[in-house]
Design a protein around this ligand. Structure first.
Ligand code: NAI
Length: 237
């Protein structure tokens, strides 16, 4: 692997390539060229080759990529060959919806803890049967459940203190839904999710007089290299 810093945009694209390869594997496709991969999923073949070249030589001359081999490589590069145990803090509308969602990659991402501060909720189960625990025990739950990712789904005013407690207990990856910019911490990756950004992008599309038809495109998941990337520990979306 090349030593230069791999941008988050590159890793986002690797995730998209993996999704495409999963579809191909499910359809029984065994090999594919970067050109065909690009054409089928509306990607950019030069970008695919450039992104993959950071991590090694995966293409075979005259064949292209072996779909299953490349999937496995991407899973390793993205750290998806190990389990990630997740705690959700905030068992409100959003926290419960996420806890009950069955669409995550369940082999890799397991929601194993759900915490709240409301005494009326503590001790009651989510639909999956997971019991809501007292957020005062967050550090203990993080250790007990070997949590590697915390999802923050509390009101904005409470988000920073949840981040503080989670990181003090050793968590290094946080997905924040609260509409507040959290203070970066060394060695901790905070990703902010803001659906408003997606809605505003749709609004922009609808505001164009030429908006016609509906385009569902894998490029929707692909920020280009010239998109803003601040290089900080946090990133939007
Ligand atoms: P909600 O009010 O239904 O749930 C919040 C939950 O957090 C409640 O159960 C409350 O008891 C709990 N809570 C409050 N303080 C806490 C603390 N210190 N520790 C643990 N739990 C605590 O709110 P909802 O609708 O579930 O939204 C949750 C958060 O997600 C809000 O910040 C909201 O603005 C945000 N949100 C963000 C979206 C996005 O696009 N990023 C979309 C929807 C919600």
């Amino acid at each position: 692997m090349k030593t230069e810093k791999i941008s988050e945009l590159t890793t986002n694209r690797l995730s998209v390539y993996l999704r495409c390869l999963n579809e191909l594997a499910a359809a029984g496709v065994e090999t594919i060229s970067s050109q065909a991969l690009a054409e089928q999923f509306n990607l950019n073949s030069a970008q695919i080759r450039k992104d993959l070249a950071y991590f090694g030589e995966f293409g075979v001359r005259g064949v292209g990529y072996y779909v299953n081999d490349l999937r496995e490589h991407l899973r390793q590069i993205l750290g998806l060959t190990r389990d990630h145990r997740i705690a959700i803090v905030g068992a409100g509308n959003l926290g419960l919806a996420l806890a009950n969602y069955q669409g995550f990659n369940l082999q890799t991402f397991q929601i194993v803890a759900l915490l709240d501060s409301d005494p009326g909720k503590i001790g009651s189960p989510a639909r999956t049967g997971l019991l809501i625990e007292d957020v005062q025990n967050l550090a203990e739950v993080i250790r007990r459940e070997e949590i590697s990712i915390v999802i923050i789904a509390v009101p904005a005013v409470a988000a920073e203190s949840v981040l503080d407690e989670a990181t003090a207990a050793g968590v290094k990856a946080v997905l924040n839904f609260a509409p507040v910019r959290l203070h970066p911490k060394p060695g901790v990756k905070v990703k902010n999710v803001d659906l408003t950004i997606s809605l505003e992008s749709l609004s922009y599309f609808l505001a164009r007089p030429s908006a016609t038809g509906v385009i569902v495109d894998y490029r929707d998941f692909l920020p280009t290299e010239d998109a803003t990337e601040n290089g900080q520990a946090q990133s939007a979306g």
